[in-house]
Design a protein around this ligand. Structure first.
Ligand code: HEC
Length: 119
């Protein structure tokens, strides 16, 4: 969770720099805007399997908090992200979102963990 909080803090800092007159600020803001949110990607791709448990996918949601908390603790957040990017067993690479960037997949994993209230 520390990494997730750090990512959130980085986003807040990036948002604050929007009014900055330095040349880097507009480019940073554009990158943020291009990136699709975890919620959007989850609803478009991941929910098809992780919403229902189709194909043996671990289900997402507060009822499954213990499962996801355990995964985060045992495997670590970075491992979950890597599994989502590269695929594992019946989990397809990038959850079939072929044009998703690594960062976008990361966003989707964060969103899945938030939906599951994982700690
Ligand atoms: C075609 C169905 C399918 C789709 C679509 C899908 N997943 Fe999965 N996912 C699975 C299955 C099945 C597993 C279990 C793989 C295993 O460990 O055997 C899994 C496992 C995972 C895991 C690892 C869980 C663990 O216990 O280690 C993560 C993280 C994950 N998916 C993220 C995502 C994300 C993010 C998306 C959307 C971008 C997504 N998945 C879309 C089927 C899917």
């Amino acid at each position: 969770m520390i990494r997730i909080l750090f990512a959130a803090a980085a986003l807040l800092l990036a948002a604050c720099s929007d009014n900055d007159s330095s040349n880097n600020a507009p480019a940073a803001a554009a990158n943020q805007a291009d990136q699709r949110s975890g919620a959007l990607l989850y609803r478009q791709y991941c929910v098809n399997c992780h919403g229902s448990g189709a194909g043996g996918a671990p289900q997402v949601g507060k009822d499954h908090r213990l499962y996801w908390s355990h995964e985060v603790e045992e495997e670590g957040f970075e491992t979950l992200v890597q599994e989502a990017i590269h695929g594992i067993n019946a989990m397809p690479p990038r959850g079939n979102c072929y044009d998703c960037s690594d960062q976008e997949i990361r966003n989707a994993v964060i969103y899945m963990l938030q939906l599951s209230a994982a700690k």
